[in-house]
Design a protein around this ligand. Structure first.
Ligand SMILES: Nc1ncnc2c1ncn2[C@@H]1O[C@H](COP(=O)(O)OP(=O)(O)OP(=O)(O)O)[C@@H](O)[C@H]1O
Length: 591
């Protein structure tokens, strides 16, 4: 982003509070300004009447001293009322605009593809949801209302001054042109500085978030000083841009104030050069000239700041318009069969890196248990990303013979259960974490907890099923979190279950318990297990060995182990003769 803020951004922001609100607001502001200027004009008119001999300034007998007082009182009351009403409507308008902006932006982030999170660091997202949103909530409305009020005020002063002394209009127009020129020069720099300031703020947030996450590692490797220095460097970069921004803003204000002083001096002097002038008109000209100078000065500053702060809105609107996940469902219902077939599937996380899945093809029959193994980075987790349509892929994935691209995202993700590498629990109760949508009875919950030997733990947990689980399940061990996840999957009774290193953090006893549960409770399920520990998949119906995103071997584990040059045989041999023998025995048992 660089250069001027586009008209589209202004329009999108101004109308985010609602067309009706915006039109009403403008009308109220015009009304408020008209009553204020009307009061000023009536004041000078009244002084002129009082100054002229026998009140001959006007022919009308209506403007008696008493009537003038009542008219003035009426006008003042009107000014007060219109000002209060326009302030309240502005408050409602910008509250609606801020809420709408936040909600649409948050909803866009929630619905966008995962790819977005791979390419945008957390600090950058936090920056927009904190500082940019705060600017849009507080500074932008403040500068917007000041700019609008000043614009209207300057326009009305022009009309008043034009009525009393048309020559002064020339001076005023010259002043506006001059100020506009100074503003243009100032804005072209300040706007870019404001953008730079926002960009240089993101690394500060990212660094702080990453440091807090990796606090233990930083301390263990004694990198405290290095981290601190990096943080200070990011802060310095941000502060340097911010300081430059403040400096040029101060220079801008200095030049505006200087030209304003010249203008007021010129206008005051001009009143003494011409013909005799009424006291009321003289007062009106001098007060309006001073006002005009102040208003233009203030208005230019606020208008410039408005455009500078609009860079925040521009950044927010950019998030608001991010592309959502493509859900091209063609009303296909979820298939009854639960076979899974990958046909020439290729997946790439970024254009400039090698594909994570490269023309991958394999087929899993309904109710089969298939283990997937391979070295780190072989593409095992990417199979899941493709199956859940988290990342775009080429090729075809069929579930029960139906292309998953023809099924809605919602059905794909709700009909396939997953226990991921890093189980995520939310802050809430045990019950909410087991059954987020409140679909199951207490009896069902306790049965599943019993199957996974979690019953005792939950009974003794403070609050039981209503006990509080902290953010990310911080008050549970990683193994317990995985068991909770498994419990959630068992409750949903989906026909397809995917486990991604799901038992990696369990001790041997709990792992055996989970394996037993999978065998007994999920007999009718198609189960895909991604594993590092080979013994967890040796009793599977089939094993897929992955290598660089391709199928290296696929078949029954015992048959694969017969091939001494095979990839699975190679992986098993590396575990030592005893373990290899043990694994072969397990594989043989399920032939
Ligand atoms: N979000 C991502 N952005 C870019 N590249 C990625 C991303 N996720 C994975 N990759 C790359 O894709 C390839 C396959 O990764 P994947 O996570 O599928 O491997 P894996 O076999 O599951 O590894 P592990 O056993 O370590 O979990 C790797 O080269 C990895 O660097």
């Amino acid at each position: 982003m660089c250069g001027k803020i586009s008209v589209k951004v202004y329009a999108e922001y101004l109308l985010s509070g609602g067309y009706c609100y915006f039109t009403t607001l403008i009308l109220l502001l015009v009304l408020s300004q008209s009553t204020q200027s009307g009061t000023d004009y009536f004041q000078s008119f009244w002084v002129n009447i009082e100054e002229s001999t026998n009140r001959t300034y006007t022919q009308s007998a209506f403007f008696t001293p008493n009537n003038c007082i009542y008219i003035y009182l009426g006008l003042i009351t009107l000014v007060l009322l219109t000002s209060i009403i326009s302030s309240i409507s502005f408050y409602s308008y910008y509250m609606t605009a801020s809420i709408n902006l936040h909600n649409t932006m948050f909803s866009a982030i929630m619905k966008t593809q995962l790819q977005f999170f791979y390419t945008n660091p957390t600090g950058s997202i936090l920056n927009r949801f904190s500082k940019d949103l705060a600017n849009a909530d507080t500074n932008v409305p403040k500068y917007l209302i000041d700019s609008l009020q000043n614009g209207l005020s300057v326009l009305s002063i022009f009309i008043l001054v034009g009525i009393v002394n048309p020559w002064m209009l020339l001076c005023s127009v010259f002043l506006i042109v001059l100020f506009y020129f100074i503003r243009t020069v100032y804005l072209s720099t300040s706007r870019e500085l404001k953008r730079l300031e926002a960009i240089s703020r993101s690394p500060v947030y990212s660094h702080l978030t990453e440091s807090l996450h990796g606090l233990e590692t930083i301390r263990v490797f004694e990198k405290n000083t290095q981290q601190k220095q990096t943080f200070e460097r990011f802060i310095d970069n941000n502060t340097a841009v911010f300081y430059l921004y403040i400096s040029i803003a101060t220079t801008f204000r200095f030049w505006l104030s200087l030209f304003c002083s010249f203008y007021v001096t010129l206008v005051t002097a001009s009143c003494f050069w011409g013909a005799k002038i009424y006291g009321g008109n003289l007062g009106l000209i001098i007060t309006q000239a001073t006002n005009l100078a102040e208003q233009i000065n203030w208005g230019m500053i606020q208008w410039s700041e408005f455009e500078n702060e609009m860079t925040s809105v521009e950044r927010l609107i950019q998030y608001k318009n991010i592309e959502p996940e493509q859900d091209t469902a063609k009303d296909k219902t979820w298939p009854t069969l639960t076979s899974i077939e990958f046909k020439n599937v290729s997946l790439r996380y970024k254009e400039d890196i090698p594909p994570a899945l490269d023309n991958l093809s394999f087929a899993i029959a309904p109710k089969e248990k298939v283990g997937i193994v391979g070295r780190t980075g072989a593409g095992k987790t990417s199979i899941i990303s493709a199956l859940f349509r988290l990342v775009k892929f080429e090729g075809t994935i069929l579930v029960g013979g139906v292309n998953i691209n023809d099924l809605s995202l919602d059905s794909v993700r709700s009909k396939i259960s997953i226990i991921p590498q890093e189980p995520v629990l939310f802050s809430g109760t045990v019950r909410q974490n087991l059954d987020p949508f409140g679909r199951f009875t207490d009896g069902e919950l306790w049965t599943v907890l019993g199957d996974l030997e979690l019953k005792e733990f939950v009974t003794e947990f403070p609050g039981g099923l209503e006990g509080a689980i902290l953010e990310r399940g911080a008050n549970l061990s990683v193994g317990q979190r995985q068991l909770f996840y498994l419990a959630r999957a068992l409750l949903r009774r989906n026909d397809i279950l995917v486990l991604d290193e799901a038992t990696a953090n369990l001790d041997y006893k709990t792992d055996s318990l989970v394996q037993g549960t999978l065998k007994n409770k999920l007999v009718d399920c198609t189960v895909v297990i991604i594993a590092h520990r080979l013994y967890t998949i040796m009793d599977c119906d089939k094993v897929l060995v992955m290598e660089a995103g391709r199928t290296s071997e696929f078949g029954h584990p015992f048959k694969l182990l017969q091939n001494e040059k095979g990839a699975l045989h190679d992986l098993v041999s590396k575990l030592g003769p005893n373990m290899a023998k043990h694994l072969k025995e397990i594989a043989e048992k399920v032939t």
